[in-house]
Ligand binder design. Structure first.
Ligand code: BV8
Length: 231
């Protein structure tokens, strides 16, 4: 059986990583356009680099939770193909799979990039980066480039979309975990899975706007609902 799991900020919430839809609509005190768009970066690279540096430093202080570990257990014992596509830019899934190595059919895709990576704006070279990035941090790869966060901002194409769509076309079970379904194209994956004839399940703290698109809903904190569902 081919499994696709899509995760969002809700899977990392109980690790202490803030979700996006805070009540005030701000994102850690910033308007999204200011810190998560190419225009915002061009206008004020120092504000954007600092926004990501703060999140990078916070990430170093948190740990994977029972939901990340439950998915790593599934990946270790799944005997078909299992694609875990996350919208999250944290490395909590990566760390959970390091602790519990996956079976050969497993693949993890960070479709919106990764906090602990940076990219040269001139050459596109991506490298691991866990320190602070200064506003005009010169690229070690390319004399004309500066380093930017390896993050997919609004208006930018998510990563590995062809691969994700090819896997969704032969999906048997699609499970969405901890995402509000507010952002496309990720929010459209459930429709692609349904077109492929997959069973679809939403696991979230509470029903989302898109709950009716799923065959089944499992509601509660991810650290309880995810291990429970895959037990
Ligand atoms: C693109 C990286 C095209 C940044 C992110 C109008 C209509 C439709 C689409 C658009 C439109 N106008 C613009 C668009 C496109 C736009 C979009 O969808 N905008 C939205 C706002 C309408 N999308 C894009 O721009 C995307 N690119 O379309 O490119 C293109 C085509 C060709 C060529 C070039 C370009 C790119 C979007 C990527 C943006 N980057 N992240 C960073 O992290 O710094 S988005 C960011 O927000 C996340 O990655 C995630 O994708 C998204 C939503 O967040 P969630 O993960 O769902 O988190 P949220 O807080 O919303 O929800 C948390 C959920 O968890 C809730 O349901 C809550 O109930 C639950 N929860 C909370 N606690 C728990 C829990 N569940 C369980 N247990 C708990 N304890």
């Amino acid at each position: 059986m081919n499994l696709v799991v899509l995760t969002g900020a809700g899977v990392s919430a109980e690790s202490g990583v803030p979700t996006f839809r805070a009540s005030d609509g701000l994102w850690e005190g910033h308007r999204i356009e200011e810190v998560a768009t190419p225009e915002g970066f061009a206008a004020n690279p120092a504000v954007v680099q600092d926004f990501y540096n703060q999140r990078r430093r916070h990430l170093a202080r948190v740990q994977p939770n029972a939901a990340h570990r439950a998915l790593a257990d599934v990946a270790a014992r799944w005997d078909g193909d299992f694609l875990l596509v996350t919208q999250n830019v944290d490395d909590l899934h990566d760390r959970a799979h390091l602790e519990r190595p996956p079976a050969p059919g497993f693949e993890l895709i960070h479709m919106h990039g990764e906090l602990n990576k940076a990219r040269c704006t001139a050459s596109g070279v991506v490298c691991d980066w866990t320190g602070d990035l200064e506003a005009e941090h010169a690229s070690p790869h390319h004399p004309q480039g500066i380093m930017r966060p390896h993050i997919v901002w609004f208006g930018e194409m998510p990563l590995e979309m062809e691969r994700i769509e090819a896997v969704l076309e032969r999906c048997d079970l699609f499970v969405s975990i901890g995402t509000s379904g507010a952002v496309y194209p990720a929010a459209g994956f459930v429709q692609s899975a349904r077109m492929a004839g997959a069973r679809t399940v939403e696991i979230n703290l509470e029903p989302t706007q898109g709950a009716r698109l799923f065959d089944r809903g499992v509601y509660g904190p991810a650290t309880e609902a995810v291990p429970g569902f895959f037990a």
